[in-house]
Design a protein around this ligand. Structure first.
Ligand code: HEM
Length: 187
């Protein structure tokens, strides 16, 4: 199985778009649905407005104890009750990428407590980090979250807390694509 993914914004796919909110920089064109495909797409499918490419990879910052704690509580994707998903593409600025890995880690965790804060919202929120900077894409990361509707407020609180941190001083583009799992009627 490939580690490549494509998020196709258009009229097809199992995720219905309920809202697209640009929080920093340019947003994304409004579409009806997002199709998440576990493959690299070379040509934009007809009726698609945008295609975001990514790959899943090994961890970069997490230390052994953090990996162990995460593994103990993090839920898997695609739980039946988790019908809300949020796709958040993020681009960080040149200053961030000019730093050394240890300097970035210090801002990410020791100053911003990204993992520690995020852990408070597990196991309700399932997550998957996708990388795309190395593909020459418009964003550096595609972050993906799934949860049951009753945890929407908690997730919005998490977003506010993350955006209040030093790490977010380096974010130059961020868009929220709010999704709801489409109900497929079978005859
Ligand atoms: C739900 C709770 C969350 C947890 C437990 C969590 C945990 C983590 C961890 C452990 C990493 C580091 C992965 C590595 O070592 O390479 C990471 C990276 C990242 N997370 Fe989160 N996260 C959460 C929520 C969020 C949210 C809500 C956002 C966006 C609004 C976000 C955006 C990112 C980004 C962009 C990265 C990559 C940072 C970089 O490499 O510069 N995370 N997250």
């Amino acid at each position: 199985m490939t580690n490549r993914y494509s998020f196709i914004g258009g009229s097809q796919g199992s995720w219905q778009v309920t809202d697209i909110r640009s929080t920093v920089g340019n947003g994304l064109d409004v579409v009806d649905r997002v199709n998440v495909v576990n493959a690299a797409i070379t040509e934009s499918p007809t009726n698609s407005m945008w295609v975001l490419q990514s790959f899943v990879s090994n961890v970069r910052y997490a230390k052994r104890n953090e990996i162990t704690m995460l593994r103990a509580v993090q839920p898997s994707l695609n739980r039946s009750e988790a019908v809300v998903a949020v796709l958040i593409p993020i681009k960080k600025n040149a200053q961030w990428w000019d730093m050394a890995q240890d300097e970035r880690r210090a801002i990410f965790e020791e100053q911003s407590h990204h993992t520690a804060v995020g852990m408070e919202y597990l196991p309700e929120v399932a997550r998957q980090l996708h990388h795309c900077r190395d593909l020459g894409e418009p964003f550096d990361f595609l972050t993906w979250f799934e949860f049951a509707p009753e945890h929407t407020q908690a997730f919005e609180e998490l977003l506010r807390r993350m955006r209040d941190t030093k790490e977010w001083d380096y974010v130059e583009r961020e868009v929220e694509v709010w999704l709801h799992k489409a109900v497929e009627f079978k005859m």
